[in-house]
Design a protein around this ligand. Structure first.
Ligand code: ZN
Length: 987
């Protein structure tokens, strides 16, 4: 694997562009081109490599002028349509009807980026063509502004006597963000650490300020910043640079250089530290004691000073990046709070880098002591220095993560784009952040010559830096009610100031907007979008190289895949026969044993070993139905990754953990439990739809039940109880965990999965054999447990200004003849019926449908939703809608293309190995996959309609509902609902 041969040279001119620079980065096998468009000054960065997943993005520097969220509302609105593509929502059309592997748009505090990715060249250029036109020449209709931004409406649209309220997709999205402690914490610090700059505003929009934005200001913002002169095009993948330039030349034709001032100004450094107090919402039943978060934040170096940026990153890794980090340890050991603040670490998406560290689960009166302890610890470190192994371990982590090919929710190109932008946006060198392996070598040399290198960083950027902010965020039981009260009052005042005629006008406007939203696009407009046809789609499936074998009699799978010198090992233990009372303790067992001491070493020494020799150890729990739906599997899976040279040591570490984990350190155990509780608790509001889906689904199948028990509200309740009563139940907990340890980690329960190139596989096999020999006994596996599943129709109270509504139905497994149709149907509902009724007309940030063959559930979900009753009505009518509105052949074709795009989504090496293992547990063969795919490609409107009808008729009785919302919203909804939701507290 090498860098592609350069196809252009610095100084070359082509299609109206000038090549400024060509550089190769062998560590990531890239040939980079920095290019500029002569006429407009548009900047282009192309990273040419052999990845088939090409990424195109257009980005603009967009400093927010206030907190009305104008950059964010514009980000949503430009994607609605342009003169050339005059549809209501082009973004949704592209999302559902192309082979895109990624399509999105991001609003940052100072930039807005529109990325799309595809593995098919024709599809890629179709997407890039439409995206560029949308960004540069959007229609920005008034209706779009009202829908995406904000508009007034009556709570009962028929009645001008009913309450006046505000809706809008961004408005509701941000109400959700302003209910999440983590994002409130982050916003407060950003706004107060850079008070004299654009970062003192919320580019996403504060719900209190969003309604102040006018349509004219919104259009003016586009005129000011969305010109090619202010644009940066980031391109990644195997398409040659000349093809990109020919395409861009066509896109930029007709544009001239514009006068744009988008400079991001720096914050002047303070002469002395400052502080800020703020609040966040908690539930009425939650006690505020011990729920404050205290953070200390510093403004550090300019991002364009890349060497310092990297040194800060490394220093941060040493201070707080692992359990062996001295600052992390000092804070946690102090007992001043429960666990580390979730926003701890370096923030480098801003012009000047910030570093934040703090404690969660504390009280306001401890803030001063926390800050003092932070400074004292840093002072000690600046004098005595860092542990040598910790420095080596942190440098190893940087090397590992620079090398690893990751394709999680985002394409790898997006990861590289993020690194380039850290310097590029501020007119620095875009390649510095990509070239860091070389820089690491230089840093290592400097450190060997001057061993105080990192202490000096601590002195200069932490201790001698007065630009420091102490942030104290306290919980408030009344926050939620106060916000609602203030809003109601404001709206009542507004309403009383308006004449009957004005009120009628509001009603009329809201009605006109709804009417506009309900009208279908003209077929001629839809026909303008370039598209693929089904015959363009490959009939093949990707086969993951797999050899089935055994290691010391344990079944094993091996995947010989290029992994850039990294070896991946999965150890999956069967847990299906464990008694029901022990099942909920498995997640805790996984967390504790991977984070405590083992083999005679304490947790700090183990943490050091892990950072020094592995790229990380994780434990997860997974369960699914067999392919015929008759059985299920349940596994506890440990995942370890390491550079080839460290494979033996890494496997030794996991072997020590599995065979001799030491749970005796009581205070460490208490910390880890608190951390687990706090992480789960903090996840509820940002992922309310996932929690609601789990709660509803738990009634329908054993895998869905386990998902809720291991990851959902049930788990939160259990961990919460353990954290609260730790002293009383510690003995009982320990004995449960010990029983599990002795029962689960047996040779006879183990399934081994290896992913690496052939050299890596032989290294892995050898060391894994030793590990298996160290595990005791064969351990008979009993018959799987049968938990009692009970139906649910509940409202769960959470402190949020928006709701999450889930309805779930029982659904068949993979091999069922209905499954291809349900797979297409879920997508069709998500991008059609639900998108339109829940998001566009309902104003929720999201409405979607998910068919999960693994758990045997079909779910309808809403996200950051201002409605409950209306949403449940929309769900109720879904089956009717499907059977009454036969989908057109053309429409179905789009959905099929989109479905295939999602089936073919590329995966990184580690995920490819992992998914092959999961398919084996389920019993899915490559023939099954091919058949499934062909059934989707051959789908007709008739088949879909008939299958959907058959499914909904038979599944209707299984329907279950879970709504996560505020007390007030649930009570209001229950006045109208029949049957009523059983209202329960979260924990
Ligand atoms: Zn948004």
């Amino acid at each position: 694997m090498e860098c592609p041969v350069p196809m252009l040279a610095a100084g070359d001119k082509l299609h109206g562009f000038q090549v400024l620079r060509v550089e190769q980065i062998p560590e990531i096998r890239i040939t980079a081109y920095e290019i500029e468009h002569d006429k407009t000054g548009a900047k282009v960065l192309h990273l040419h490599c052999d990845d088939r997943e090409n990424l195109y993005s257009i980005g603009f520097r967009t400093p927010a002028p206030d907190s009305t969220g104008v950059p964010h509302i514009l980000e949503h609105s430009v994607l609605a349509g342009s003169e050339r593509y005059p549809l209501k929502d082009v973004f949704n059309e592209l999302m559902r009807g192309t082979l895109q592997t990624f399509i999105n748009a991001f609003t940052y505090p100072d930039k807005t980026i529109y990325p799309v990715a595809s593995q098919v060249w024709a599809d890629f250029f179709n997407l890039a063509r439409v995206y560029t036109d949308l960004a540069l020449r959007p229609r920005l209709l008034k209706e779009t502004f009202l829908q995406e931004g904000h508009h007034l409406e009556f709570s009962n649209p028929e009645d001008t006597g009913s309450e006046l309220t505000i809706s809008g997709i961004v408005y509701n999205e941000m109400k959700g963000a302003y209910s999440s402690p983590e994002s409130l914490m982050y916003k407060t610090i950003q706004e107060h650490l850079y008070p004299d700059t654009t970062y003192s505003f919320d580019s996403g929009g504060n719900p209190g300020n969003i309604p102040l934005l006018t349509y004219e200001q919104f259009k003016a913002f586009h005129r000011a910043y969305y010109s090619p002169t202010n644009a940066r095009f980031f391109l990644y993948g195997d398409i040659p640079p000349a093809d990109h330039l020919a395409f861009l030349a066509e896109m930029l034709a007709g544009f001239d250089r514009a006068a744009v001032d988008s400079t991001i100004r720096s914050q002047a450094r303070w002469q002395q530290p400052s502080s800020i107090r703020s609040t966040y919402p908690i539930g009425n039943e939650d006690k505020p004691a011990g729920k404050t978060v205290v953070n200390t934040a510093w403004m550090m170096a300019e991002n364009t000073d890349y060497e310092t940026a990297l040194l800060l990153q490394i220093t941060s890794g040493m201070l707080v990046g692992s359990a062996a980090g001295p600052l992390r340890k000092a804070l946690i050991d102090s007992g001043l709070g429960e666990d580390l603040s979730p926003i701890t670490g370096v923030e480098n998406d801003l012009k000047q880098i910030a570093f934040v560290v703090g404690l969660r689960g504390t009280d306001p009166e401890k803030a001063q002591r926390i800050e003092e302890l932070t400074i004292d610890t840093l002072t000690n470190i600046s004098k005595s220095g860092f542990d040598r192994e910790l420095i080596e371990g942190t440098l190893h982590q940087v090397e590992f993560h620079g090398k690893e090919i990751v394709r999680s929710a985002y394409p790898y190109g997006i990861v590289l784009m993020g690194r380039a932008y850290h310097t590029w946006l501020y007119d620095g060198d875009p390649l510095e952040g990509l070239n860091f392996t070389r820089l690491i070598e230089e840093i290592r040399k400097k450190w060997e010559v001057g061993p105080e290198l990192f202490q000096e960083i601590v002195r200069k950027w932490f201790l001698d830096n007065p630009h420091r902010l102490l942030s104290v965020m306290e919980p408030s039981q009344t926050y939620q009610a106060e916000q609602e009260e203030a809003f109601k009052k404001k709206m009542a005042q507004l309403k009383s100031s308006l004449s009957a005629k004005e009120l009628e006008k509001i009603q009329q406007d809201a009605y006109t907007l709804k009417k506009y939203q309900a009208e279908p696009d003209l077929p001629e407009a839809a026909a303008r979008l370039p598209k693929l046809s089904i015959s363009d789609i490959s009939r093949e499936i990707e086969i993951i190289p797999t050899v089935k074998s055994a290691i010391e009699n344990a079944p094993a799978m091996m995947h010989d895949i290029f992994t850039n010198g990294i070896a991946y090992l999965d150890l999956a233990f069967d847990v299906s026969d464990l008694p029901e009372d022990l099942q909920p303790y498995l997640p805790l067992l996984g967390k504790l044993i991977t984070n405590m001491g083992a083999a005679g070493l304490d947790y700090e020494e183990m943490a050091k070993r892990i950072v020094l020799k592995t790229g990380g150890i994780s434990c997860l729990l997974s369960s699914g139905l067999s392919v015929d739906g008759k059985k299920n599997w349940q596994r506890m899976i440990f995942r370890i990754k390491a550079l080839h040279r460290n494979v033996k040591d890494a496997i030794n570490i996991i072997a020590d953990i599995l065979t001799s984990a030491d749970m005796s350190n009581e205070s460490r155990m208490r910390e880890l439990i608190a951390e687990k509780r706090n992480d789960l608790q903090a996840a509820v509001v940002p992922s309310g739809h996932v929690f609601a889906r789990r709660s509803a689904g738990s009634a329908l199948s054993v895998p869905a039940y386990r998902d809720e028990q291991w990851h959902g509200r049930t788990q939160l309740k259990i961990v919460n109880r353990i954290a609260d009563q730790f002293n009383e139940i510690r003995g009982d907990l320990l004995s449960k965990l010990t029983v599990l340890q002795n029962r689960v980690f047996k040779r006879g329960r183990l399934y081994i999965n290896l992913t690496a190139d052939s050299e890596g596989i032989s290294l892995l096999s050898e060391s894994t054999a030793e590990l298996v020999r160290r595990l005791s006994g064969d351990g008979d596996i009993g018959s799987p447990g049968t938990p009692a599943l009970s139906p649910i129709h509940a409202g769960i109270v959470i402190p949020a200004q928006v709701s999450y509504v889930a309805k779930a139905l029982s659904a068949p497994a993979y091999a069922d003849p209905l499954s291809p149709s349900l797979h297409v149907l879920a997508r069709q509902l998500s991008t059609g019926y639900l998108y339109k009724h829940i998001r566009v007309q309902g104003g929720a940030y999201g409405g979607m449908s998910q068919y999960d063959m693994m758990s045997g559930t079909f779910a309808l979900l809403s996200y950051r939703d201002p409605n409950i009753v209306n949403t449940l009505n929309v769900y109720r009518d879904a089956a009717d809608f499907v059977s009454r509105n036969k989908i057109s052949r053309e429409d179905l074709e789009k959905t099929i293309i989109g479905t295939i795009g999602s089936l073919d989504k590329p995966m990184d090496p580690s995920s490819r190995g992992y998914i092959a293992m999961i398919r084996d547990f389920t019993g899915i063969t490559d023939d099954d996959r091919l058949k499934f795919r062909n059934n989707i490609l051959g789908m007709t409107p008739e088949i879909l309609l008939e299958d959907a009808f058959r499914y909904f008729t038979s599944a209707a009785d299984s329907a279950v509902v879970a709504v996560y919302a505020s007390q007030d919203s649930l009570e209001k909804a229950n006045k109208l609902l029949e049957p009523k939701l059983a209202v329960e507290t979260l924990t």
